[in-house]
Design a binder for this molecule. Structure first.
Ligand code: C2E
Ligand code: CA
Ligand code: CA
Length: 525
């Protein structure tokens, strides 16, 4: 009910009341002149009149109170309406226009004039990792500071907003040429060079920027944003982190988006499973360990290799739940195998960088070990060389992991670009020679300097060394001659299912011992 309605009803009530009082007074007046009134009549009439006056005063106050309450209610309604409007149109972290408002604004703008326009979508580089390692309070603060900086430093003529997925959007209303837009993008990136002071730390961040043009690429606001988002995907992997949309990008991106969506369901629907590849002691021929390798049985596409879906999982942040599932399943199945074999076979599990920087990662590993009752000495975590670049952040985490009693290996060793000096600083136990070096071993007699160097460096640093991708007997002979500690590759066994490894390990063991003995014999000739 509106204010005017309530006024009308109150007025109507008062009008009836006043009319009724007047009728009473008139009736009494007539009675006074026509009937002979006694003192009793006058007393009764006076009481009625006093009651009338009392009621009139009471209604007056009642009216005031009702009106006041109605005004208050209306004010509250207006306030919450404003709040609702704000929530509907503004992002609560950055206070920038949200997706809905932004789309309306861009749509409006596209129809105002026929200038060529550009839509920029940009994001803070590796925000998902920042969120995983420093928490969402930190990343929200960072987003709001970036928004503030944009608003302070850009002219108010720009339409700036934020999308649901932590990406920002800017509409350039009018540009002369391609370089104009490129320069503007560089200016945006430069703005982020001044460090952000958050939680006693001072860090600067870079931006990935994707651009689409109106009307060249698309004519609708939705498509323009979508295409700029596709371009951002490419921007993440280009040196200047800026990418202009091209039609050829759509197919690749659409395939990635589909894969990402399917991957969300893969864990829930039990489509992931592990295979195990044995690692053998080059002196005794014992299978001492195995590497867990994740596989995805896609309901439509069939088997998808980790080389295809792990990068998608890493980009989408899905690697954290997937990695946790891999770790728990690998520990659980290894414990089962240990009980069955009556010997402490080890397990090596691959890690992605995001997992390592995940909050409470060390506790997660500890809990999984406790839950599966696997001895910590039986678990080795594999890091890739590129992960070891940010050593300042990494070293404390690695020490915490080591204090659980587990061991650490550097995978794909020799393929990274980091300086070798870091090796001495990291609390690692093992180097895995990348298969690309092993593949170069053609003859057991010729020299393969890089393999020699890695093995000798590992020996000096008192680290174990594993050769991966061993496919040929000549490679095995060479590696054994150079005293490489452990051998892994198709020559020993391809990655196999848990059932296969638990049913056939004895046969496999037998075959491998024979192979190693023959190699030892060949090397002594
Ligand atoms: P990686 O850790 O270097 O794993 C070794 C890869 O080499 C495996 O490929 C394995 O099947 C393959 N391989 C083993 N022996 C031979 C051989 O003799 N010849 C050849 N040509 N290849 C051999 P796969 O299983 O396709 O895994 C590819 C990569 O995916 C892995 O490389 C690893 O980086 C990643 N990955 C696999 N499982 C996981 C996981 O659970 N988590 C994470 N973060 N990454 C994983
Ligand atoms: Ca590995
Ligand atoms: Ca490897």
């Amino acid at each position: 009910m509106g204010k005017s309605d309530s006024d009308f009803y109150l007025f109507k009530g008062q009008f009836l009341y006043v009319s009724f009082s007047l009728i009473l007074i008139v009736l009494f007046g007539i009675a006074l002149f026509t009937v002979k009134l006694t003192a009793n009549h006058i007393v009764i009439f006076s009481i009625v009149l006093i009651a009338q006056v009392g009621l009139a005063i009471y209604f007056k106050f009642l009216h005031q109170d009702i009106v006041k309450r109605l005004v208050d209610t209306e004010k509250n309604l207006l306030d919450s309406e404003k709040e609702m409007k704000y929530e509907a149109y503004f992002d609560d972290i950055t206070k920038l226009p949200n997706e809905r408002y932004l789309l309306d604004k861009i749509k409006e703008n596209l129809h105002v004039n026929s200038f060529d326009k550009a839509v920029l979508v940009f994001e803070i580089d590796r925000l998902a990792t920042i969120k995983a390692s420093l928490g969402s309070l930190y990343s929200d603060r960072l987003l709001s500071m970036v928004a503030q900086r944009l608003q302070n430093q850009l002219s108010s003529q720009f339409i700036i907003g934020k999308l649901r997925n932590d990406q920002f959007v800017i509409l350039i209303d009018h540009y002369q040429n391609h370089d104009d837009v490129l320069n503007f993008c560089k200016q945006l990136q430069k703005m982020m060079e001044t460090p952000f002071e958050i939680q006693y730390s001072s860090l600067n961040y870079s931006l990935n920027i994707g651009i689409s043009f109106y009307p060249k690429d698309a004519e609708s606001e939705n498509e323009l944003i979508n295409f700029a988002q596709i371009a951002i995907y490419e921007a993440r992997n280009t040196p200047d982190h800026i990418s202009f949309y091209e039609t050829s990008m759509s197919d690749v991106r659409t395939a990635k988006v589909t894969l990402e969506n399917d991957l969300y369901n893969a864990l829930k629907n039990n489509e992931l499973f592990l295979e195990y590849q044995p690692q053998v002691d080059s002196v005794t021929g014992e299978v001492i360990s195995m590497e867990a390798l994740v596989r995805w049985q896609h309901p439509k596409r069939g088997l998808i290799s980790p080389g295809e879906f792990i990068p998608v999982a890493e980009e989408s942040g899905l690697i954290n739940p997937i990695g946790e599932w891999v770790l728990e399943t690998a520990c659980y199945q290894t414990k089962k195998l240990q009980v069955q074999l009556g010997k402490p076979i080890q397990i090596a599990v691959n890690l992605s960088l995001c997992q390592l920087f995940q909050e409470n990662f060390v506790q997660t590993v500890q809990q999984i070990l406790e839950k599966t009752e696997l001895a910590p000495q039986s678990l080795q975590l594999e890091l890739t060389e590129s992960m070891t670049m940010n050593t300042a952040h990494l070293i404390p985490i690695l020490h915490d992991l080591k204090s659980l009693g587990i061991t650490l290996a550097v995978d794909d060793f020799g393929t990274g670009y980091s300086s070798l000096s870091y090796l001495g600083d990291l609390p690692i136990d093992c180097l895995k020679i990348d298969c690309s070096f092993v593949r170069k071993i053609q003859q057991s007699t010729s020299s393969e300097p890089l393999v020699d160097m890695i093995i000798s460096m590992a020996k000096h640093l008192k680290l174990n060394v594993v050769a991966e991708g061993v496919e040929e007997v000549t490679q095995l002979n060479y590696l054994m001659k150079k005293e490489c500690d452990f051998i892994q590759g198709y020559l020993i066994s391809k990655p196999i299912s848990f059932e296969q490894i638990s049913n056939n390990l004895c046969n496999l063991q037998h075959k491998v011992r024979e192979m190693i003995t023959i190699s030892q014999f060949n090397n002594t000739q």
